[in-house]
Design a protein. Structure first.
Lengths: 115, 112
């Protein structure tokens, strides 16, 4: 258990509204990631963070922003949600104990529906 | 995830062996992974293989790596109904950001 908590786990919102998803970890991991999962696409990287206030874009970052003001929290924000952002969002961390193998540990996911 | 390719669906009978295949893109990938996702849950690492290995066995799981063809496979022996899940292969393409690139996933259905 890598101590990852995502909130909310489920959210339904309307097009054009802002949405923030939170990923919280309890074990001081440096690297954190946001992925989205869609049928036929597997998981695609949205943004990642390699430390407090250090973030960078992944392959599908358009329409998303992130913030990491403290080690334990990595926030994903949709400034103006669109129906194409309906998805399941997963937070992941890279555990420094497994640094050499690069494996990621995942949260339980946040299901977002944009109507 | 399209750079890493997997077939979408596999159906087997309980007790048979399952073989899930994957082709990846980056010959410089140092590690390749197999993750399992059960319904409504996150992904859990099943096993990984280092790129200088051809095979890795872990109880009922056997991973085969063909670097020449960039082909990775996962064999599950004596498949059980509890093995029904989606299986993702993944590679590290950018060791700087330590982010994994995933395939689209193979849904394994085990029939009793």
């Amino acid at each position: 258990d890598a101590g990852i908590t995502q909130s909310p786990r489920h959210k339904v919102t309307e097009t054009g509204t802002p949405v923030t998803l939170r990923c919280h970890q309890t074990e001081n991991h440096r690297y954190m990631y946001w992925y989205r999962q869609d049928p036929g696409h597997g998981l695609r990287l949205i943004h990642y963070s390699y430390g407090v206030k250090d973030t960078d874009k992944g392959e599908v970052s358009d329409g998303y922003s992130v913030s990491r003001s403290k080690t334990e929290d990595f926030l994903l924000t949709l400034e103006s949600a669109t129906s194409s952002q309906t998805s399941v969002y997963f937070c992941a961390i890279s555990d420094m104990r497994y640094e050499n193998t690069g494996e990621l540990f995942f949260g339980e996911g946040s299901r977002l529906t944009v109507l | 995830g399209e750079d890493v390719e997997q077939s979408l669906f596999l159906s087997v009978r309980e007790g048979d062996s399952s073989v899930i295949n994957c082709t990846y893109t980056d010959s410089s990938s140092t590690y390749l992974y197999w993750y399992k996702q059960e319904p409504g849950a996150g992904l859990q690492l099943l096993t990984y293989i280092f790129s200088n290995m051809d095979m890795k066995q872990d109880q009922r799981l056997t991973v085969l790596l063909n670097k020449k063809d960039k082909h990775l496979s996962l064999r599950i022996a004596d498949t059980q109904t509890g093995d029904s899940a989606i299986y993702f292969c993944a590679e590290i393409k950018d060791t700087g950001r330590r982010a994994l690139t995933f395939g689209s996933g193979t849904r394994l259905q085990v029939q009793p």
